[in-house]
Write a protein that binds this ligand. Structure first.
Ligand SMILES: NC(=O)c1ccc[n+]([C@@H]2O[C@H](COP(=O)([O-])OP(=O)(O)OC[C@H]3O[C@@H](n4cnc5c(N)ncnc54)[C@H](OP(=O)(O)O)[C@@H]3O)[C@@H](O)[C@H]2O)c1
Length: 264
């Protein structure tokens, strides 16, 4: 399988989705009504997309980039790592020739994007896939389409909201109570560049989902993975899907004391 941190399937550099089912809290505008908040949010989003698009266009013009292949070369996405794969390798390429019917994997955020493709391809290789998802309807639709393509696929859907520590705890308890082994944990779910929001536990939403939720989840599943490794003699693997954006942090790294500062 891939090296830790490898994105199993690159699905493009398009704008991130920024929808969320969380309650939107705008602490800078106490008493603001949901309608106002929604329209302000839409405005911020459209400006953000315009700026991102203008930035990309200027880079394209400056480096005379005409195709996605050229773009990938420019960003280094085609450079192969020690695994022999690059950021533009697909999940199908990475897992080619692998028959993994003895393995069980959890993929978070598996109802769309990279997570959905990862779940599909793991199922194709015989892995028992548990989709940890916030949207059960989307996930069950995806499960149906996987089963249509691969009738022998082993796919289960379980509710997981990484923005809530209670939900993470419930997911882990439910999974561990199934007595299924755990060989692979793919911490894929994530949000990016969203307006300031708080999780149900009152932590800035992106930090809560992308980091704290996955950290807590991994901790709660670690004993299961260790036990599985001991019994099967097959090393466990935890993959944290991330972004090259981590290279552009604030000066001095993460400002933990300002995580909940809406102006950051
Ligand atoms: N696509 C890229 O070019 C790119 C680049 C760099 C890094 N990444 C990283 O790759 C990962 C996947 O991104 P993607 O492009 O596939 O994005 P995506 O299509 O938006 O998928 C993200 C998934 O995370 C789920 N999710 C969001 N909030 C959640 C929560 N509170 N609990 C559980 N699941 C939640 C979403 O569910 P809903 O759809 O139901 O909200 C969705 O299924 C992310 O970690 C992202 O940061 C992507």
């Amino acid at each position: 399988m891939s090296q830790p941190g490898t994105i199993l399937s690159h699905v493009g550099l398009g704008p991130y989705r920024s929808e969320s089912t969380q309650t939107y809290v705008d602490p800078t505008r106490p008493g603001s009504r949901p309608g106002q908040v929604e329209s302000a949010r839409a405005e911020v989003e459209s400006v953000r997309q315009l700026l991102a698009s203008a930035f990309l266009q200027s880079i394209y013009r400056r480096y005379n980039i005409a195709s996605l292949t050229q773009e990938r070369k420019m960003w280094g996405l085609s450079r192969k790592g020690v695994s022999g794969f690059s950021s533009s390798s697909t999940a199908l390429q990475v897992t080619q020739g692998i028959h993994a019917t003895a393995l069980t994997a959890i993929v978070t955020g598996a109802s769309s994007g990279i997570g959905a493709e990862t779940a599909r391809v793991l199922a194709l290789r015989g892995v028992h896939v548990i989709m940890g998802v916030i949207d059960m309807i989307d996930a069950n639709n995806l499960k149906k389409s996987i089963l249509k393509e691969i009738p022998t696929a082993k796919v289960d859907v379980m509710k997981l909201d990484l923005s809530s520590m209670v939900s993470v705890q419930n997911f882990a308890t439910e999974f561990n109570s199934t007595r299924l082994p755990l060989n692979i944990l793919i911490n894929n779910a994530g949000i990016c560049a969203v307006p300031f929001m708080l999780s149900t536990d009152n932590v800035e939403l992106q930090f809560a989902i992308n980091y704290l939720g996955h950290f807590h989840l991994t901790n709660l599943l670690l004993d299961n993975m260790k036990k599985t490794t001991g019994e099967s003699k097959v090393k466990g693997r935890i993959v944290n899907v991330s972004s090259t954006g981590h290279r552009f942090t604030y000066h001095g790294g993460i400002h933990f004391e300002k995580i909940n500062d809406p102006l950051r």
